[in-house]
Design a protein around this ligand. Structure first.
Ligand code: KG4
Ligand code: ZN
Length: 341
């Protein structure tokens, strides 16, 4: 089961990596009309949609609760009020059907989802996760041990791109309800050769492999306001998107560079880099990351599009890996499930 922000999702997955059923409801259109994510609306949507999705998923999978081995649920990070709805539903389902409950870390699940579909990926692997809530660079030693090398200390690439896009215009509606990030990528691809250099901003400054997308967002929002106030020229939306996308990409690449340099010099750089999270769907960003990786002899593995953006199968499969490990600290037998997590 998955519910950490505006998506409600449920899936039934087997340990031999078959996705028996998967359902997701995204009420982005409603949220957009309200100018962004509204936590209490999210929670209400989860409460309303969850029982329907659970029932539908079990039916689609041809499974009854007694055929299940365990329930996995997202516990962090995310919108607390939304997470609580999922956790409450998972606790009551697991208790009712006497199933163990496995609390799953959303970002780890983004990294591990690749194991559902790609046999070539082996531990330890490096991972770059770029989503609407976070950005991080880590090494996955195994399903439960991740060593963090860098993370965003201000905002996320997804939120940065989405927010600037919203100020540029109602791009999501123009592009038929897709993520704003997709609209920005499409518009940026229509920009002229040097279009990405047309709207320069000061590059964010943050130490080591850490990132700061709030600085990038703030600079573009200020620039946009300034351009509109002075009204000397109409903002070229494609060039503006290209500039934004290019700055976000360079920031990510520069931090990946720091990470590669550090581990390479210590001769412990894993041979694979798994790139995941919603923003990893962006081809421009992925290609830049891939080019940098190959300079270090690292092969870049892209999470398939369907698993890049939030989904329940990644939570289910991470739960399976933990269930198989019977990890004491993070695994509750039915009789030990606490009232809250
Ligand atoms: O991982 P995800 O589905 O949800 C969170 O965990 O936050 O990521 C959602 C983010 C949104 O900000 C969305 O605009 C962004 O992923 N996204 C993209 C693209 N497709 C989705 N950002 C840039 N380019 C894309 N093609
Ligand atoms: Zn996510």
């Amino acid at each position: 089961m998955y519910f950490s922000c505006d998506d409600t999702a449920v899936a039934v997955v087997t340990s031999d990596r078959v996705i028996l059923s998967s359902e997701r409801i995204t009420e982005r259109a409603i949220q957009r009309k309200q100018g962004g994510i509204n936590p209490s609306v999210c929670a209400q949507q989860h409460r309303q949609n969850l029982p329907i999705l659970i029932e539908k998923c079990l039916e689609d999978a041809g499974t009854s609760p007694k055929d299940l081995d365990a329930v996995a649920v997202t516990v962090t990070p995310g919108l607390v009020i939304a997470l609580k709805e999922g956790i409450a539903a998972a606790i009551s389902f697991a208790r009712k059907h006497k199933l163990p409950l496995i609390p799953v870390h959303h970002m780890r699940a983004h990294a591990l989802s690749i194991l559902l579909v790609d046999d070539s990926v082996q531990f330890p692997f490096s991972t770059l996760l770029l989503s609407g809530g976070h950005a991080l660079i880590a090494v996955a030693e195994n399903a439960e041990n991740f060593k963090l090398y860098g993370q965003s200390v201000g905002g996320s690439p997804g939120e940065c791109i989405d927010k600037v896009a919203r100020h540029l215009g109602d791009l999501e509606s123009e592009f038929d309800g897709v993520h704003a990030g997709v609209a920005v990528e499409t518009l940026a691809s229509r920009s002229s050769e040097f279009g990405h250099q047309r709207y320069p901003i000061s590059f964010p400054s943050v130490g080591k492999a850490d990132m700061n997308f709030d600085q990038i967002k703030g600079s573009y929002l200020n620039l946009l306001d300034k351009l509109r106030r002075t009204e000397k020229e109409k903002v070229n939306v494609s060039d503006f998107c290209a500039s934004l996308q290019n700055t976000v990409t360079r920031h990510i690449a520069s931090k990946l560079h720091v990470f590669f340099d550090t581990l390479d010099s210590e001769k412990r750089l894993p041979k694979q880099l798994v790139v995941g999270g919603g923003v990893a769907a962006n081809e421009y960003i992925f290609n830049a990351v891939s080019k940098l990786s190959s300079a270090y002899g690292v092969s870049t593995v892209k999470t398939p599009l369907t698993l890049c953006t939030d989904n329940a199968e990644m939570i289910a499969y991470t739960g399976i890996l933990m269930h198989l490990n019977r990890s004491e600290s993070i695994y509750w037998r039915s009789e030990d499930i606490p009232d809250t997590i």
